[in-house]
Write a protein that binds this ligand. Structure first.
Ligand code: FES
Ligand code: FE2
Length: 358
């Protein structure tokens, strides 16, 4: 764990071409996104037992066809929505389902992905075999949130640990989705520029005039830990703050919010009323979809001021889109970063380089 103690100013190792080359996005798909943990869905996306729900992971980028089911006990199961015969999609519609039957040549699967039969193959020895069952990505569940990893990569526990050590004391078992305060934005910029902007507060006085006077920016704690960056919002007088247990790492401080980023593209913002999850989804080199998902703790009626959040989001998007135009310049080279304030960006770039050069 590293607290912001840097005294020398690093330069970003990422040239302008990183943000504009389609070939780089292909490399990122293979080396960063497929082997990393990705948000699949929240508790609202888990089908009832005996139901299936197909979904697409990172549409327009990974485009992984998956389907969610649940056991009789409500245990989630995520499978490839891809027939093991010749690759047809098994189902396109959510709903009750006794068996998955491929509409192409009739291969039949149970809801746990086990291949049962296929017309014409009944007399074939060793059919069905191990390779005939539906493929499964690695999957994990925490706080009712479901995650998948498509290729070999880091373990889930180590990935999520820094977040858990700070927020597991909260009533995470009782989060409910608030669709009225959830929305999706499209940003005309590279996904990494969007993450970089999230990872530093240096821009706040310049980009967010309404926030400039409201926040105490004299202290700006940034903690980099494993595959996460934590920025902490300290509560001003009169603002709500967490009631922390004595063994909590931040005990004694008045915490307004923890802003967690998890490599490569997930943000989990933790407030006294609940969680705001931001999923940053590349679509093209200069197009990103950002999903804002709001979850409340049981009995919490407060919540985000959605108008203020929307205004702040548009201010961020506007500057990130302008940066996208700037890094296209053949004359652009990265400048020095501000120690402390931009440590999160430096950490992000180091993680990216580690993955791209493996
Ligand atoms: S592709 Fe599914 S049965 Fe042939
Ligand atoms: Fe911002």
């Amino acid at each position: 764990m590293i607290r912001n103690t840097a005294t020398h100013a690093l330069r970003s190792p990422l040239p302008g071409s990183f943000y504009r080359d389609a070939a780089m996005l292909d490399q990122l798909r293979e080396r960063v996104f497929l082997p990393s943990w990705q948000w699949a869905f929240g508790p609202e996306g888990l089908p009832a037992p005996g139901h299936v729900r197909p979904f697409n992971l990172l549409p327009g980028f990974l485009d992984e066809p998956l389907l969610a089911t649940a056991s009789e006990q409500g245990e989630p199961l995520i499978l490839a929505n891809v027939c093991t015969h010749r690759g047809n999609l098994l189902t396109r519609a959510a709903g009750p389902c006794r068996h998955l039957v491929c509409p192409y040549h009739g291969r039949r699967f149970s809801l746990d992905g086990t291949c049962i039969t296929q017309p014409g193959l009944g007399a074939v020895p060793d059919f069905p075999g191990e390779e005939d069952h539906l493929r499964r990505p690695a999957q994990a569940t925490w706080a009712g949130f479901h995650f998948v990893r498509m290729q070999d990569g880091p373990g889930f526990d180590s990935w999520i640990h820094p977040l858990r050590q700070r927020i597991d004391f909260l009533p995470l078992h009782a989060l409910t989705h608030d669709p009225d305060r959830s929305m999706t934005y499209t940003v005309k910029a590279n996904w990494a520029l969007y993450c970089e902007n999230y990872l530093e507060g240096l821009h706040i006085p310049f980009v967010h005039p309404a926030l400039r006077d409201a926040l105490d920016l004299t202290a700006y704690p940034v903690i980099t830990d494993g595959q996460t960056v934590l920025q902490t919002g300290l509560a001003r007088e009169g603002e709500p703050a967490f009631d922390l247990p004595p063994d909590h790492p931040d005990f004694g401080q008045r915490i307004y919010a923890w802003y967690y980023w998890l490599f490569p593209n997930l943000m989990i913002n933790v407030y006294p009323w609940g969680l705001s999850v931001n999923v940053v989804e590349p679509v093209g080199v200069a197009e990103t979809r950002v999903r804002f998902l709001t979850y409340r703790f049981a009995g919490q009626s407060g919540g985000p001021d959605t108008h203020a959040l929307h205004d702040t989001e548009l201010e961020d998007e506007s500057v990130v889109e302008t940066v996208q135009q700037g890094v296209r310049s053949s004359l652009y080279t990265p400048g020095r970063m501000v120690p402390g304030w931009e440590d999160g960006v430096v950490w992000f770039h180091q993680l990216l380089c580690q993955h791209l050069t493996r």
